[in-house]
Design a protein. Structure first.
Lengths: 422, 426
């Protein structure tokens, strides 16, 4: 399998990735700036998320309403997001509207104004959203879990930030943040869909070539997370179910064990249907839950992700569910998986890889992630061969190395008595 | 090249290249060759959902969907998932008011295994009693997830109040008490009643050869007996004569509002104008409710307008999540004021053009994958006819500002609405 991707680096450092696909008269544009909450201090928590969201709230030449009209009058969709490690502008549109989409993308990345009135509006909405999130028990549980396992790093925080930090963010914060990180030599632009590569490359040059780079771009050091002492935290909510997270710190995407861990995930708790051990036993055999899963490699990013098992169950099943999860987690550490399990997992991962590039948006996001993680243009082929090489012993080794069954943090949210112990 | 793409975007017709056929036993088959990616999506649809359930037996369609993964005469429990995994594919199923559907997505060199599974479980599901009991717990947990979410309970109460006679009264997942007392034998009888070729639509889209595919369908499904004539669902809802209001109490700091107006079914002459009205009121940041609620009043964190095609008259829904420092009554009043504006004067040409273009472009952009095309085609064939889609954009273009105004006047009235509030009930 080979992907047809044209990679261009403009003199100002902007990386451009183009992949032509004529299946449908549509295009997907995705720009990723390599910045996000990981570069933001705890005192300003939510700044990157807010800045990302507000990119389309007005530029030096367009009001928020003009931006919305431009995209909606042609039926396209525009989304701007400030995430943990990247901030993105994504446009999907019919191919006849590609030029308009590109022009908007350039304008939003380069010239956002974060107008004061729009800022007040968005902050007000976010403060309300922070309250509304308390109604979603799985979010409450997930955030409490992150606070523990990512302590000491920016990843411990919810992306949206906290009431007290978001309320204090100012327009000056947003402008300074934008000025520091939104430069062409920190940005990747990916396009997939129905266009001519040569023509589009020329147009991109016209729109982006005069974007000034910051020659010696210095990015903040992000503290490396350490595996924390396990904590057990029960949070009371008036709900039907208990939402349970169990786990600890995971790995970064560049870790050499990544592929073996993908196989492990598929065997333990991250596969379609209920084939992997945790859903097979806890859902299919014991009927404890509708949703239960576990994975380690999936959340691997620039910074380490999380090893996490989840189950949502009725309160009377709490003990059985937790001990069931623990037992399954231990099972992959104490003994190697069967050869059949490993073969099936490898078949699944290699056979389903084609589905990662089905849509233009998926293709654009794959190209960006391959660029960020320096996977190389031959990665699709290498992925297949890396996965095919993983053996049962290798899976056992990585399970022992990366999973510590006696160091699992447990968070439970629901009709339980509040309690906390280290 | 640019001229070419513009003309294709104007003429994108999802039904182009679809072959419609019917086996002697009544099975409807839609195939569509899409060769851009080496993948195939196959989905089988049964015309049965919560709409066909009787009092005391609600949730049966959805529970049955779960049981179709629990073993047949040839496939042990878990084997369908295992085969899917080994073949590097994905599968799942979904149940709604009007249908139950099962899908597989595979690479095109191995997809036919999906047909073998569907042909087998169409008539040979075994319903082992211990599997039935264990899966019942799983479905009950699924129901509890819904009860714990911020919206599901309110949605359920609004539909239940808006419909008294018609089965859209019932939640798709069923009422907990019905689920708890459901029996294996009732479920098998329900399966025998509804799962057979005459009540099914099979859709296969992707990197296939039509002739070879149809031959394979014939070989695998051709011998299955047609089954009984599907029992028609005859219940209709009486016109509503006056507003209905429901209050739902739950632990929450954020009040939520849902308003449902009785509105017509798929392909009704007024349905197209209501879809345009849906877009004008609720789609995008230029929409009227966005401008009013999020920008001017700044009274909500989130709102939505939903109007879906169903077999029978449905609800045109408006939802809003109210900011903690605002009053739900004010948000409700603002929504009525915006609706009133749509009734008092025609929408502008610009709004009309924008709404049409949004609906058209979102349809095209939403049907990028073979699997999404298979879902769209199968959905319409199951509730109406897939050919509805080929005429859809023409009908949309024919919608006038007058028609939108008349639709607002006719359907979005106080007497025709059911209003639900979710409030804190500590």
């Amino acid at each position: 399998m080979k992907l047809n991707v044209e990679r261009i680096e403009l003199p100002n450092g902007l990386i451009v990735l183009l992949s032509e696909n004529r299946a449908l008269p549509a295009v997907s544009i995705s720009a990723a700036v390599r910045t996000g909450e990981r570069f933001v201090s705890d005192e300003k928590a939510g700044l990157a998320s807010l800045a990302g969201k507000m990119l389309d709230e007005g530029t030096t030449s367009r009001t928020a309403h003009q931006i919305a009209s431009a995209i909606e009058s042609v039926g396209g969709a525009l989304q701007t997001t400030g995430g943990y490690a990247t901030t993105s502008v994504s446009v999907t549109a019919l191919s006849g509207d590609l030029d308009q989409g590109l022009e908007l993308t350039a304008d939003l990345l380069r010239n956002p104004l974060f107008p004061e009135d729009r800022l007040q509006l968005e902050v007000g909405k976010r403060l309300a959203e922070i309250v509304a999130r308390q109604d979603e028990p799985q979010i409450v549980a997930s955030e409490a879990f992150n606070e523990i396992i990512f302590a000491g790093t920016p990843q411990h925080r919810p992306l949206i930030g906290y009431e007290q930090t978001v309320a204090k963010l100012t327009r000056a914060d947003l402008l300074a943040y934008h000025q520091r990180f939104f430069v062409p030599n920190n940005t990747i632009l990916a396009l997939a869909g129905d266009f001519s590569v040569a023509q589009t490359a020329r147009r991109i040059e016209q729109l982006f070539a005069d974007w000034e780079p910051t020659p010696q771009l210095s990015l903040p050091e992000v503290p490396r997370p350490q595996r924390q002492q396990p904590v057990t935290r029960f949070i009371n909510r008036d709900k039907e179910q208990v939402n349970i997270y169990l786990g600890h710190l995971g790995i970064e995407r560049s870790h050499p064990d990544y592929h073996a861990l993908r196989v492990l995930d598929t065997i333990l708790g991250d596969s379609p249907g209920f084939t992997s051990r945790i859903p097979r036993v806890l859902r299919d055999e014991q009927g404890l839950a509708y949703t239960t899963y576990c994975h380690l490699a999936r959340s691997a990013g620039i910074d380490p992700g999380r090893f996490v098992a989840f189950i949502g169950t009725s309160p009377e099943n709490l003990e059985q569910a937790v001990s069931g999860l623990r037992q399954q987690i231990e099972s992959v550490v104490v003994a190697p998986p069967t050869t059949a399990e490993v073969e099936t997992a490898r078949d699944y991962l290699t056979g389903s890889f084609v589905f990662e590039f089905e849509t233009n948006a998926q293709m654009a996001s794959f190209m960006i992630s391959a660029e960020i993680h320096q996977l190389g243009s031959d990665y699709p082929l290498r992925f297949l061969s890396e996965i095919s090489r993983v053996t049962a012993d290798e899976v056992w080794r990585v399970a022992q190395q990366h999973i510590a069954p006696d160091k699992l943090t447990l968070v439970a949210v629901g009709p339980v008595e509040a309690e906390e112990n280290q | 090249m640019i001229t070419f793409t513009e003309s294709t975007s104007r003429t994108f017709d999802i039904t182009r290249g679809v072959q419609h056929s019917r086996l002697p036993n009544g099975l409807t088959v839609l195939t569509k060759e899409i060769h851009q990616k080496p993948v195939v999506s196959s989905i089988i649809w049964y015309r049965v959902g919560s709409r066909n359930e009787e009092a005391g037996l609600t949730g049966q369609s959805h529970f049955l969907e779960h049981m179709l993964f629990k073993g047949t005469d040839r496939l042990a429990k878990g084997e369908i998932d295992l085969i899917t995994l080994k073949h590097g594919g994905s599968n799942n199923a979904f149940t709604d008011t009007d249908f139950t559907a099962y899908y597989f997505n595979f690479a095109s060199d191995r997809w036919e295994v999906a047909l073998e599974i569907e042909a087998n479980r169409m008539i040979n599901n075994t319903f082992a009693p211990e599997e039935f009991e264990s899966e019942k717990q799983v479905v009950e947990e699924e129901l509890r997830i819904g009860l714990d979410g911020p919206w599901e309970l309110l949605d359920q109460e609004v539909w239940a109040a808006a419909y008294r006679q018609h089965p859209y009264h019932n939640p798709v997942i069923g009422w907990l008490q019905d689920l708890e007392r459901a029996t294996r034998d009732e479920m098998e009888a329900y399966y025998r009643q509804w799962y057979h070729p005459r009540n099914a639509v099979l859709v296969i889209a992707g990197d296939i050869e039509t002739e070879k595919t149809l031959q394979r369908v014939h070989d695998l499904f051709g011998e299955i007996p047609p089954g009984p004539e599907p029992k028609p669902m005859l219940l209709t809802e009486q016109p509503q004569r006056g507003e209905r209001r429901v209050i739902v109490k739950k632990q929450t700091e954020v009040e939520r509002l849902q308003i449902g107006y009785h509105a017509p079914q798929i392909a009704h002459p007024d349905a197209y104008a209501l879809q345009v009205l849906d877009a004008i009121l609720g789609t995008g940041r230029t929409s009227r409710l966005h401008q009013r609620l999020e920008e001017r009043d700044q009274s909500v964190t989130h709102y939505s307008v939903d109007y879906y095609d169903r077999i029978d008259p449905t609800l045109f829904l408006v939802r809003a999540e109210v900011r903690p420092d605002r009053q739900t009554a004010d948000v409700e009043r603002a929504i009525y004021e915006e609706i009133d504006r749509c009734q008092q004067s025609p929408v502008s040409d610009e709004e009309l053009a924008r709404a049409r273009q949004l609906i058209r472009a979102r349809f095209i952009l939403g049907n990028e994958q073979a699997s999404s095309q298979a879902i769209t085609l199968g959905y319409y064939e199951t509730i109406h006819s897939y050919e509805y889609l080929s005429g859809f954009f023409g009908k949309l273009d024919a919608v006038t500002a007058d028609a939108v105004q008349r639709a607002a006047q006719r359907y979005l009235t106080a007497d025709n609405r059911t209003v639900g509030w979710l409030v804190n009930g500590d």
